[in-house]
Design a protein around this ligand. Structure first.
Ligand SMILES: *Cc1c(COP(=O)(O)O)cnc(C)c1O
Length: 397
């Protein structure tokens, strides 16, 4: 039983109700359908379903599952996308989006400032299968223009980059890409589906690591690819269902619960992030405070035009490099040292020695990852407590 969905529903209503499928018991909370397979009444029904499964018909959990479908429908409604395919992790979503589209001889243009595993897929995996990749500075439109070729099949970038929080001018890059017929694939994790309307801004395909804000409570790994129905069901689904990156129904259930509170959580986190960024800006022990919501951020104008808020992550550069950054991290009481983001718990990361340690010194400096840089993912704690914790830790650098 599928609940009626209205086109007039606003975000918070969609996040609570969209995509709900109820069983004959009429349960309030979405059911976890922990089943690999589905029973057919007759052999004829099995035959018919393999030929063409209807919207409420399932064959095998690697292809689709009712709980997973609820998550796909709910996030597609949130994003304003026609359809979605859920995956076991964010990286499975990035890989499925790229590998289902590309073939040997194709050319891809990608921003250079990428999450480490995204860079690995573009640099090490796709190139092994004969795909040529050109990397550009994502904030430099001239570089995008110069890199585009008639055989450019896709462009890829993080709308807000990790960890320097560069904001790519999405509509401008989409226009440049669409001029040569290239597909625009956007990793929208840092911008969040709440603050960025990536599809309206020109993205053809949007991917998320649901591990971040969508779970937001540190429990599961998950990912999703969003796009047109044609793209999701004709291009992504055949690739994904046969290569086996399916999301587990349990994960989908956790993420459905995450979506219910997503809007409330990320708005509160972004508000705290802005308050904290303002409190830290100009601090004597910091050379930079990077937050797209601050007027001092190099991409503030693009962020203000394209994102509803500056996001939930701040980067600060601590004077004294790595040793000072480590003293700062070790002096924190509330903020934990870890490498996730978007969590209810505030998290500090030292990218140069963890998430970006695989890169060379030169690559890191190109991406603005200095030895003193610390990434702060702002959680749901009281902002005053966080500011007190951060200022106290800054005293010990
Ligand atoms: C975390 C992250 C990913 C990968 O997601 P997983 O769920 O960890 O596989 C991809 N892109 C960005 C921008 C991320 O932050």
């Amino acid at each position: 039983m599928t609940k009626k969905k209205l086109d007039t529903w606003k975000t918070r209503t969609r996040l609570v109700h969209e995509g709900t499928r109820r069983s004959q018991y009429g349960e309030v909370s979405e059911a976890i359908m922990l089943t690999q397979g589905f029973v057919y009444d007759t052999a004829e029904q099995a035959e018919a379903r393999f030929d063409q499964a209807g919207p409420d018909e399932f064959i095998y959990a690697r292809y689709g599952n009712p709980t997973v479908r609820m998550f796909e429908d709910r996030i597609a409604g949130l994003e304003g996308a026609e359809d979605a395919f859920a995956t076991a992790s964010g990286m499975a979503a990035v890989h499925a989006a790229l590998a289902s589209v590309l073939q040997a001889g194709d050319h891809v243009v990608s921003a250079r400032a990428l999450f480490g595993s995204c860079l690995y897929i573009l640099e090490e995996v796709l190139t092994r299968f004969g795909v040529e990749v050109t990397f550009v500075d994502g904030t430099d439109l001239d570089q995008w223009r110069a890199a585009m070729r008639p055989d450019t099949k896709a462009v890829f970038f993080e709308s807000m980059s990790n960890p320097a929080l560069e904001v790519v001018d999405l509509p401008a890059v989409a226009e440049i890409a669409h001029a040569v017929g290239a597909l625009v694939i956007v990793d929208n994790v840092f911008s969040t589906p709440i603050f960025s309307r990536a599809i309206e801004l020109g993205a053809d395909v949007v991917v998320y690591s649901a591990t971040k804000h969508i779970d937001g409570q540190g429990r599961v790994l998950g990912g999703v690819v969003l796009g047109t129905r044609e793209f999701i069901r004709k291009t992504v689904e055949p690739f994904a269902k046969h290569t086996g990156c399916a999301m587990s129904p349990f994960t989908a259930w956790v993420l459905l619960k995450g979506l219910e509170t997503l809007d409330l959580r990320v708005r509160a986190q972004a508000e705290s992030a802005f308050t904290i960024a303002k409190a830290l800006e100009g601090h004597a022990h910091l050379t930079r405070v990077l937050y797209p919501g601050l007027a001092s951020h190099p991409d503030h104008a693009v962020a203000a035009a394209q994102l509803e808020k500056g996001g939930t992550v701040i980067a600060v550069d601590i004077k004294g490099g790595r040793a000072a950054a480590f003293r700062f991290l070790n002096a924190l009481d509330i903020v934990i040292i870890s490498n996730n983001l978007g969590d209810a718990k505030s998290i500090a990361t030292h990218p140069a020695t963890t998430t970006h340690s695989r890169l060379s010194e030169e690559q890191r400096s190109d991406l603005g990852i200095s030895p003193g840089l610390v990434r702060l993912s702002v959680g749901l704690e009281d902002a005053d407590d966080l500011i007190a914790d951060l200022l106290k830790a800054l005293k010990s650098v």
